[in-house]
Design a protein around this ligand. Structure first.
Ligand code: DGL
Length: 286
């Protein structure tokens, strides 16, 4: 009887190891695997807002950031197209040896996270979703404005999230198709931006929301400009911290954390211009 229990425990342990992709790793091989980078992917430069937080939470990790600026924005594209671009990019990043993938794009997460996990069942894949749970916990029964891309707001994933929380608060959906390109151009302030923000947000500001969820990873770079339009009272929230902490939790659980010295960050972009690299570095230091 005791042997049977032991056998079951051992089998459970083996399943855990195999699910986490660790089963064949020992000593030096494990160390080499732990030093592989965490890939962070976005349709463009927005995911750098998540990368910043990841570096703070996991300073000893190596990161490989890939921005698909040549194909940005993803938001206005059909779901099937977003899915196939995301899969293509994930394939590339895993073939470069990434030990985990952070999909730092709400749009790509909504369209492709399930397919990605089916394709790579033994890999650590973390997505991001609009920080509605955080907003509701901080403002129960509040009025919550969610800014995101068209694709994020139309997908089933967001409908399910909304259903979970609609009972506890008023949720207003605000698609903001024009904002991503401001960030891709590095235009984080200015009259043209204020004009677009006013046009997109004005209809939802009376009465003032209690919280504004920045449900696209490009939007944290527009934080000051958005705050100027919505006023001082609404709290602006995003999902970067939750995603970074979840990444740390998953790597710890799988025994894949890198420790010992500060990690390196490599920035890669499908648009290979000096301007895009300069802007990526600038955004990383904002
Ligand atoms: N940064 C992406 C997100 O979080 C979307 C940007 C785009 O439309 O490409 O949804």
């Amino acid at each position: 009887m005791q042997n049977l229990t032991r056998l079951r425990r051992y089998k459970k342990f083996l399943t855990f190891l195999s699910d986490s992709g660790m089963i064949f790793l020992k000593g030096g091989a494990r160390q080499r695997m732990n030093s592989k980078p965490i890939a962070v992917f976005d349709s463009g430069l927005g995911g750098i807002s998540v990368l910043r937080r990841l570096i703070q939470v996991l300073p000893e990790e190596n990161f490989l950031y890939f921005g698909d600026s040549a194909n940005a924005p993803y938001g206005p594209r059909p779901t099937e197209e977003i899915r196939s671009l995301t899969l293509e990019n994930a394939d590339r990043l895993f073939s470069r040896g990434a030990k985990a993938l952070v999909v730092a794009c709400n749009t790509a997460t909504s369209a492709a996270i399930d397919t990605l996990r089916e394709r790579y069942p033994n890999r650590i894949i973390i997505g991001i979703e609009p920080a509605l749970k955080l907003a509701v916990s901080r403002h129960p029964n509040g009025r919550i404005l969610v800014m995101a891309t068209d694709a994020t707001l139309r997908e089933k994933k967001f409908a399910t999230l909304m259903e979970r929380f609609a009972e506890h608060c008023e949720i207003l959906k605000c698609p903001c198709p024009a904002l991503v390109e401001f960030v891709e151009r590095g235009e984080l302030e200015g009259e043209a931006l204020q004009k677009v923000l006013k046009a997109e947000l004005q209809a939802h500001l009376t009465p003032a929301p209690d919280a504004v969820v920045l449900g696209c990873t490009h939007f944290p770079f527009l934080r000051s400009a958005i705050q100027r339009v919505v006023g001082d009272s609404p709290e602006l929230l995003d999902g970067a911290d939750g995603t970074a902490k979840e990444t740390k939790r998953r790597l710890t659980e799988a025994g894949l954390l890198r420790t010992g010295s500060p990690g390196k960050v490599e920035l890669v972009n499908s648009l290979q211009t000096p301007e895009i690299f300069a802007l990526s570095e600038k955004l990383l230091s904002v």
